[in-house]
Design a protein around this ligand. Structure first.
Ligand SMILES: [Zn+2]
Length: 343
């Protein structure tokens, strides 16, 4: 087995003595690492205890990663965005309808500076091992979403700011169609903000390990979802990525899809000499036979995955996104972690 790290995400970062007990429970579930999911509200309101909680996790022996969770609704996640609340402008805009969307345009100066300040403050003041870029993406301006995504006709962002930048670069107005130039522009901008943030973090805390986790989608010739991070080769090769990671998959998908996503993740990471990571769904949805969760974790381990993480602590118990048998899911994950770590 090649597994070096097993972990779980954790949110609700409020009281250090409660977090300490939860971290002990993670250790009892054979976790070696934790991703602290930090919402904009947490960062704004609970910052002193975020520092203390990260410290407590380190003292107990966990590797600690900081997840800029849902920030600007550019990263994946449920938390609302303070930036969106406080800035009526700076929103992503639908290319076809021109309507503003409930997501920040991460190409604007205002949002970039806001994000860089958060990263630098975390790097300076929180004793963590690294950062976790959690499903960064352009907003998908459609009324539905699925775990594997799906191609839509509309896209973002075509705000005034992006239009000006595009025109300055290419010398003509930004098309409403996803032309090759528009796709290239979106990819470049999407990686630039993460690369700049990573550089600023490493300038403060050089040992920071940066995990870049993108949606585990098909990304093939016929179907590409245009989230801006669909070219895994470019993401894995980017300076914003020390560990290339791909997200959870629904248990309803065939095992062949789990294998192909995992193999493509490993191939992209290895090509660029990066670490690799795969995620397991440990909330919301569960297989009929919970033992299949262990099968997936063992599959990843056998295929050569180094870092396996599950979203989230206790199967999301107590949230609207809890797995139906949340605590059993959590125990199943813990047992499988022990197995693949050889404990
Ligand atoms: Zn924009």
């Amino acid at each position: 087995m090649t597994v070096k790290e097993t972990g779980v995400s954790y949110y609700g970062l409020n009281y250090v003595e409660h977090a300490r007990a939860d971290f002990q429970e993670m250790l009892d579930h054979h976790c070696t690492a934790v991703v602290l999911a930090l919402s904009e509200f947490d960062l704004d309101f609970w910052f002193p205890n975020i520092k203390a909680i990260a410290q407590a996790a380190k003292e107990l022996g966990l590797t600690v990663y900081l997840d800029t969770w849902g920030i600007g609704k550019w990263f994946g996640g449920e938390p609302p965005s303070l930036f969106l609340t406080n800035n009526p402008g700076n929103r992503q805009v639908s290319a076809l309808t021109g309507e503003p969307l409930a997501a920040c345009c991460f190409n604007t100066h205002a949002f970039r500076e806001y994000f860089f300040e958060i990263c630098e403050k975390l790097a300076r003041e929180v004793d963590a091992d690294g950062f976790f870029w959690d499903e960064p993406h352009y907003a998908l301006p459609k009324s539905y979403a699925s775990i594997t995504g799906g191609a839509g006709d509309d896209w973002s962002c075509r705000c005034a700011y992006c239009q000006r930048m595009f025109e300055a670069q290419y010398g003509y107005a930004m098309p409403r169609q996803l032309t090759p130039e528009v796709k290239r522009f979106r990819h470049e901008r999407a990686l630039d903000i993460l690369e700049t943030a990573s550089r600023r973090i490493r300038a403060i805390r050089p040992a920071s390990k940066i995990i870049c986790c993108v949606h585990a989608t098909l990304g093939t010739y016929y179907v590409t979802e245009n989230r801006g991070y669909d070219n895994w080769d470019r993401v894995a090769g980017s300076a914003a990525c020390d560990v290339f990671s791909t997200t959870i998959l629904s248990y309803q998908l065939p095992r062949s899809f789990f294998r192909s996503v995992t193999q493509r993740t490993l191939d992209a990471a290895r090509k660029h000499g990066k670490g690799n990571q795969r995620w397991v769904m440990g909330y919301y949805q569960e297989p009929e036979n919970l033992a299949e969760i262990g099968d997936v974790i063992r599959l990843y381990a056998e295929m050569g995955v180094e870092s396996i993480f599950a979203w989230t602590y206790r199967g999301g118990h107590g949230t609207v996104l809890a797995a139906p048998r949340a605590l059993e899911v959590w125990d199943t994950i813990g047992n499988a972690y022990g197995e693949v770590l050889g404990k």
